[in-house]
Design a protein around this ligand. Structure first.
Ligand SMILES: [Ca+2]
Length: 424
């Protein structure tokens, strides 16, 4: 069983790369861990410090880790992946809506000077850095409220190092080292269930290796300092993925009619088809202009590019470069990458995705979801929270209202369904 990429993007943010062990191998997820089990596990981890990727003394580990508490939200989050299917057009509509574009532009103006210097130093466009900030925490200090130490140790105990994948253990050791070394402040060391924290959601091991100081106070602080968070993100993209300066992450394309059959069954990234952008152009591939018109296909530096068809044809088609993979290394989900890249495109004045998704019921902006939720509340669905996120309670209410209106059974609402539901 694989992680649902959307759930990862929503809940865990950066660097879940290490957690791709299947649930069935993990074992103890069926019920909460007892305090005694957790204490025994922490003791066990202290006994394994000799095998740590980066040094940590057993005594240091025990002194700090003994303050951690098991947090069952971590286990529950690991189980959330068994949730409902979600759609590209809903996710992209909500994560790259006008509101997030407007707020991102404010950040670009407010921090223009620092972002310019970061772009010059790391070669990563300021719009990409700000888009990651917008997708990860909606341009805020942090979205998570679980103590990082608790999350990291709970995760390490729920995902023991028995399958050869010791990433969770390494994360726990890093979480402890950051406290030991005074690199984080205990009072704001909080984050997601996966122990991602700060404005751009680094996990402790990533923070340890990648975070940098950029506001000049000598301390890398991705919680308190936007500039440190921006620079750390740029450093991640440059160092971990090798960002190609000047190259786009994607180009939206039109595949020549006579080649479309070749791609009829393809979904996602089409492996083994890497060619320079100019070679694709020579084969008749064209780019899609802002109004849907075909324009000449080209990209600065003529990078290698691979076809990417998120939902297959018909539907939007792209050529993606190494910069796509580089964002993927930040959070390994194709959908996350496109959320970031499309938001960045819009922040830079681009049109976002132009080609229509293959649906007659396109996705809603968060403002529209809030409007729908307010209406659902009026209809007596009191569990609905008008927060712009269509979670389980909202979906329950949509399902009930669809039935009442005689619409086909379903738990989502796009533009069309929303109109049908709300019309008197
Ligand atoms: Ca700093």
């Amino acid at each position: 069983m694989q992680f649902n990429p959307t759930v990862i993007a929503r809940c865990a943010a950066a660097a879940l790369i290490a957690l791709q062990v299947s649930i069935s191998q993990a074992g103890p997820l069926d019920q909460p861990m007892s305090d005694a089990q957790f204490a025994a596990c922490v003791q066990g981890l202290a006994g394994q410090t000799a095998g740590a990727g980066r040094p940590i003394k057993a005594d240091d580990f025990t002194r700090i880790a003994s303050q951690a508490r098991y947090d069952d939200r971590v286990r529950q989050a690991l189980l959330v992946q068994r949730g409902e299917p979600t759609f590209w057009w809903d996710d992209i509509a909500a994560t790259t809506d006008d509101e997030r574009v407007a707020q991102g532009r404010e950040v670009l103006v407010r921090e223009a000077d620092a972002l310019q210097r970061i772009e010059a130093r790391w070669g990563v466009p300021k719009e990409v850095v700000v888009a990651i900030y917008g997708i990860e925490t909606n341009y805020g200090p942090s979205s998570g409220r679980i103590p990082v130490l608790d999350a990291a140790l709970s995760l390490a105990c729920l995902r023991p190092c028995t399958t050869g994948n010791c990433a969770s253990r390494e994360r726990a050791y890093a979480a402890v080292r950051l406290l030991r070394d005074g690199k984080v402040r205990g009072d704001n060391y909080q984050g997601s269930w996966a122990a991602a924290f700060g404005r751009t959601q680094f996990v402790p091991d990533t923070f340890e290796q990648i975070a940098v100081d950029f506001d000049g106070d000598g301390v890398a602080d991705i919680v308190g300092s936007e500039r440190d968070a921006f620079a750390s993100t740029a450093n991640h993209l440059q160092k971990r993925g090798g960002w190609i300066a000047g190259a786009p992450a994607y180009v939206e394309v039109r595949i020549p009619q006579e080649q479309q059959r070749e791609y009829a069954a393809a979904t996602g990234k089409v492996k083994g088809r890497d060619r320079k952008v100019s070679e694709w152009a020579a084969q008749g591939w064209q780019a899609v202009g802002a109004g849907g018109e075909a324009v000449p296909l080209q990209a600065t530096g003529d990078p290698m590019a691979t076809p990417f068809l998120p939902v297959g044809l018909p539907g939007p088609a792209f050529l993606v470069t190494r910069n796509f993979d580089t964002i993927w290394r930040y959070n390994n989900s194709d959908r996350y990458v496109m959320e970031v890249a499309v938001l960045a495109n819009r922040l830079a004045g681009g049109p976002g995705i132009v080609t229509a998704w293959p649906t007659d019921d396109p996705g809603l902006s968060r403002a529209q979801v809030r409007e729908l939720q307010a209406w659902l509340l009026q209809r007596g669905h009191t569990l609905v929270t008008p927060d712009g996120v269509a979670g389980r309670n909202t979906r329950d209410a949509i399902e009930a209202e669809r039935t009442r209106k005689g619409l086909p059974p379903g738990r989502r609402a796009g533009q069309r369904t929303m109109r049908l539901l709300m019309q008197p």
